[in-house]
Design a binder for this molecule. Sequence first.
Ligand code: SME
Length: 161
Amino acid sequence: MNDSFEKEKICAEVYQRIMALVEGETDEIALMATVACELHHGFPYFDWTGFYRVVQPEVLKIGPYQGGHGCLVIPFERGICGRCARTGKTLNIADVHAEADHIACSGTTQSEIVVPVFDANGMLRAVLDVDSDSPAAFDETDVKFLEKVCELFRNPGICWS
Ligand code: SME
């Protein structure tokens, strides 16, 4: 998608929809499921959209997602998701084949973005992973937008399991 105005417009609409749907919701799985669904169906180049949750020290486990199956467990030392969890920084990967640590859950993935999800205390709780079958699918608008969406999880009212 090259039309940045169009993309900004979709971002605003998707954000509004998410906010309306999750109003008052404090269950983290309900939030993740709703966010994954709205993101996945909101953007034509999001081909896998979901969360990996920190379930024990240094271990991510699959959470709510949309798309084909994802691998179930990712230790922090593996994958782009693990790298994001270790560094706490968003990773925008234009070409997954150029990354030695990329875990290929689907042979069609060309690019990927992973955003850390923190709670109100700044503790890493999950990562949001979006994969695209298009090369270099994500730009700065996607980065900013997905980071803004993940800020939802900083709500101190969320009951983390
Ligand atoms: N590509 C990710 C693994 C998760 S799946 O793509 C759904 C990674 O390298 O961490």
